[in-house]
Write a protein that binds this ligand. Structure first.
Ligand code: TNX
Length: 554
């Protein structure tokens, strides 16, 4: 909250400063003091003075670069107190010149800072956008107020990511975040060069996406009659609060969020978690469950026995109508179909499921789950898309070669996937669960669950851990998960995200040469940016004892 307050003050002060005297330019930062760490940095003599009046010039490919330049111009508001100007035309002096050089990889960029100009070229508009995110970190208003100008040290950064996939997840089922909150979350991801938002849209506790052909999914399935209350000190479950809780996104809102992400070069991968974690949908359409219900949108958290009935063809029809509408909203090549934590107790007793096992020659209920996932995956393939699933999809008879495995229960799922030729995303919970607490000082932490995942632990993740050299190309990259059972506000969400996201970003952008102390030092610029943007972040990593020892929680 303190940071949000500081942010408001900063914004107010910004307005004053634009009209009154302006502070002198900040002393030059080091060109390489950026997170994630750039691949190569060469410094040279002098500096460029980036002024409020410095234009951003799009030198070609206007269709692609203009929108990118406009987003950057808007991102400059907190540090300058107003938007930068965007122009199209020839590269010039006293400007930030943007161009595309398709010889480079799409996410790659080169930024040359000379005393009279900055030239940025990227393999695509995405590379240019990442360069601009680096530039933002060099415009550091150390005292928390916007300035007229910033010294950018001269030199050359040549940079590109090690991993093609750098993901951040958001669970909006357990707690709902408004479209504006999700857009601000996306803005934070962009600043860290994260290129994918994994949007967990459905779960036992709520269905959050409008499906026009199935109106009850949101009319009934988006509202629960209460939410679990936990006693903070003892962590005892006290029951539910009896207060109805709900929320969902209309299709227009979804389109708006997806477009916002796209303009920041972030792909949104939606998840419809099936066949487990489906109680909200079962409550809306009880005929989709083995027992026929009645069901209730869950008020508690955990894993629940009532799941979709794969013995019933209607389940497939309904899920396919859901996905049919979702494919219109989400252009991503991959769709996440969940597949995690699906108890088999209902299937064991369900005549339809048992008949399906027999008819399809399946060995057991695990193979029935494989049957379910494969049938859905096949439908996706017929519609030109591919499936991502949690690592449970490797169980039973396994999964198809085209499925991407999201390895959450440890690195083992990703290791198995890579060995057998499946792509994998590494999300091992003991490094990547941002719903876990980040300070040992639990009494002063906002409520959270699970284990202890401080920023240093996130930083120590090796996505290639246990992966043979020849299989490394099967590892797409890392992701962190933000499950929202106990995250109740945007301020709390930002606190859980930051600064751990910065560590994840570096794990995904670089490989090798990790140096936590150096990362910590480079984070000073990032923290100044969190301050000026008004983000609420955990400060443990910045609290050093007088003798230089890391402070509490490290
Ligand atoms: C496990 S990770 C889950 C989620 C919970 C999370 C809490 C995964 C596939 N399933 O349903 O929210 O733990 O940390």
């Amino acid at each position: 909250m303190r940071k949000l307050f500081t942010g408001c003050i900063a914004a107010l002060t910004a307005a004053l400063i634009v009209s009154c005297a302006s502070p002198a330019p900040e002393p030059a930062a080091n060109l390489g003091d950026i997170v994630p760490r750039p691949i190569s940095v060469n410094t040279s003599e002098g500096q460029f003075i980036m002024k409020r009046a410095t234009p951003v010039v799009v030198t070609g490919e206007r269709g692609k670069l203009l929108p990118t330049a406009e987003v950057f111009a808007g991102q400059a508001v907190p540090v300058f107190g107003k938007e930068l100007r965007v122009k199209a035309g020839k590269a010039r002096k006293n400007a930030v010149n943007l161009s595309i050089n398709s010889v480079m990889q799409p996410e790659e960029y080169v930024m040359e800072v000379k005393p009279d100009r900055i030239d940025i070229s990227g393999g695509s508009a995405t590379g240019v956008f990442w360069a601009l995110q680096s530039l933002r970190q060099l415009m550091v208003p150390a005292n928390g107020v916007p300035h007229d100008s910033y010294y950018i040290p001269a030199g050359r950064i040549a940079d590109r990511p090690e991993f093609r996939y750098r993901g951040m997840h958001l669970d909006v089922a357990r707690h709902f975040f408004t479209p504006d909150e999700v857009k601000r979350y996306i803005d934070i991801l962009a600043m860290h060069k994260i290129n994918t938002l994994h949007w967990h849209l459905t779960d036992d506790q709520g269905w959050r996406v409008e499906i026009k052909a199935l109106p009850l999914l949101t009319e009934v399935g988006s509202i629960r009659s209460g939410t679990l209350v936990v006693e903070k000190e003892t962590r005892r479950w006290l029951g539910d609060d009896g207060i109805p809780y709900g929320g969902y996104y209309t299709q227009d809102e979804i389109r708006d969020v997806v477009a916002h992400a796209a303009s920041r070069h972030i792909t949104v991968i939606p998840e419809v978690d099936m066949p487990g974690h489906m109680e909200a949908a079962l409550t809306a359409y009880p005929e989709l469950g083995c027992t026929g219900g009645p069901y209730e949108v869950e008020k508690l958290f955990g894993v629940f026995d009532d799941v979709l009935c794969p013995g019933n063809d209607k389940c497939f029809d309904v899920m396919q109508s859901v996905l049919g509408e979702m494919l219109e909203l989400f252009p991503s090549e991959y769709i996440h179909l969940g597949g995690d934590e699906c108890p088999k107790v209902r299937w064991e007793k369900c005549p339809k499921c048992q008949a399906r096992i027999k008819a399809e020659g399946l060995k057991d209920e695990h193979e029935l789950q494989n049957y379910f996932m494969e049938r859905m995956e096949k439908w996706l393939a017929e519609h030109g898309r591919k499936m991502i699933g949690w690592d449970e999809i490797l169980e039973g008879s396994g999964t198809s070669k085209d499925a991407v495995v999201m390895s959450w229960r440890g690195p083992e799922g990703g290791q198995t996937a890579a060995k057998q030729g499946n792509y994998a995303i590494m999300v091992p919970y003991s490094y990547c669960y941002f719903d876990y607490y980040q300070s040992q000082d639990k009494a002063n932490e906002p409520y959270s669950i699970g284990g202890y995942v401080p920023v240093e632990k996130v930083y120590s993740l090796d996505p290639y851990d246990g992966i043979a050299e020849e299989h490394r190309h099967y590892i797409w990259g890392p992701q962190a998960n933000m499950w929202s059972e106990y995250i109740l506000s945007e301020a709390h969400l930002q606190y859980m995200l930051l600064p751990r996201l910065a560590a994840l970003a570096e794990v995904g952008w670089t490989y090798g040469g990790r140096d936590y102390e150096d990362f910590r030092r480079r984070m000073d610029n990032m923290a100044a940016m969190y301050d000026i943007c008004g983000y609420n972040y955990a400060t443990h990593m910045f609290e050093a004892d007088a003798d230089g020892d890391p402070g509490e929680g490290i």
